[in-house]
Design a protein around this ligand. Structure first.
Ligand code: ZN
Ligand code: ZN
Length: 329
């Protein structure tokens, strides 16, 4: 029965680490899976202890022999060896009946010559090769970069499953240095801090990471992380509070959204988008928390302090809605 990967249940393992007693599949090594020709030349290393992995299944010798045979058969598909074999068969068949036995030695000789052909071709190849080095295909560096990142993320996942949070963190720090603006690497870092219950790091880093995720267009994820962090991180920057509150409103987390926005004018009266933030808070009160009185007070504040706001019409519309809802039906 085939051994399965420890990290991808149901997937046949291709490699194993005797030291860690763990099995791995190719999904564990996205870089190798994306470029099998290249990884065959270098040994895969254990994501946990970094020692070279042994292959599962057929022994390396059997695999090497199988590969050589395949290569030989492929190189025979060429006009010269095919012509040689064809000639031998034709000559043998044309011979008069008593000399037909010559067909076999003829074919064997032709096969031998055909077998030598790939060797001769290989010898001739360097001389025929162009002296100008070939350019690497376009975008290759980017692809290599992507697979490096994917390999790092896969390693982090495996180390996290193994409970080696420090190891996972080291790999992620390296990845972050290389890809500081990669949303997935940043997300994984936050998730690792949550999994490790690293309260101290979360207190220091959470606002910075959340801000980065918002900037990388992942406000939705940032809001989820914000909710999952206990105790909640203190967010000082108004624009981040606003962005998180918007995402929380969409996720129908009204209480948390209101918590972030209320009294914003006292803490940061110069906030550029205070009108938008308070219009959102009014909607949170009206549509989410069912507190029409608070919504009305906020709309009056907006009406008084931001008469020239481009949002004035929306403020008016919301006020009208409030009036309508108060009229006895
Ligand atoms: Zn796997
Ligand atoms: Zn290992």
């Amino acid at each position: 029965m085939a051994v399965v990967c420890n990290y991808h249940p149901g997937t046949r393992a291709t490699h194993k680490c005797d030291r860690c007693q763990r099995h791995f599949c190719l999904t564990c090594f996205p870089g190798a899976a994306a470029n099998p020709a290249q990884w065959r030349e270098r040994t895969l290393r254990c994501p946990i202890c970094r020692r070279p992995l042994a292959e599962c299944g057929p022994t390396p010798l059997a695999r090497v022999l199988w590969e050589r045979l395949g290569k030989l058969l492929r190189s025979l598909i060429h006009p010269v060896p095919l012509l040689l074999l064809g000639l031998a068969v034709a000559t043998g068949l044309l011979l008069p009946q008593p000399h037909r036995w010559l067909l076999w030695p003829l074919c064997t000789t032709a096969l031998l010559l055909a077998g030598l052909f790939p060797l001769l071709r290989r010898r001739a190849a360097p001389a025929a090769a162009s002296p100008v080095p070939r350019k690497a295909p376009r975008g290759r560096t980017a692809v290599a970069g992507d697979t490096d990142r994917d390999d790092a993320l896969s390693r982090v996942k495996i180390l996290t499953i193994e409970g080696d949070y420090n190891g996972a963190r080291r790999v992620l720090m390296d990845a972050l240095r290389q890809y500081p603006n990669d949303p997935e690497v940043n997300e994984r870092y936050y998730r690792l801090l949550l999994a490790a219950k690293d309260t101290r790091s979360l207190r220091e880093l959470a606002p910075h990471l959340l801000e980065k995720l918002v900037r990388l267009d992942r406000a939705h994820k940032a809001a989820k992380f914000y909710l999952a962090t206990n105790p909640r991180p203190a967010i000082d920057r108004s624009h981040l509070r606003h962005a998180l509150a918007e995402a929380l409103f969409r996720q129908r987390k009204f209480r948390e959204a209101a918590q972030l926005l209320k009294n914003l004018h006292r803490e940061d009266k110069h906030y550029r988008r205070l009108d938008a933030a308070y219009l959102l808070l009014a909607r949170v009160y009206l549509e989410g928390l069912k507190r029409p009185g608070d919504a009305a007070r906020l709309l009056q504040f907006l009406h008084r302090h931001f008469p020239q706001s481009p949002l004035a019409r929306q403020v008016q519309a919301l006020q009208q809605r409030l009036v309508n809802s108060r009229q006895p039906g």
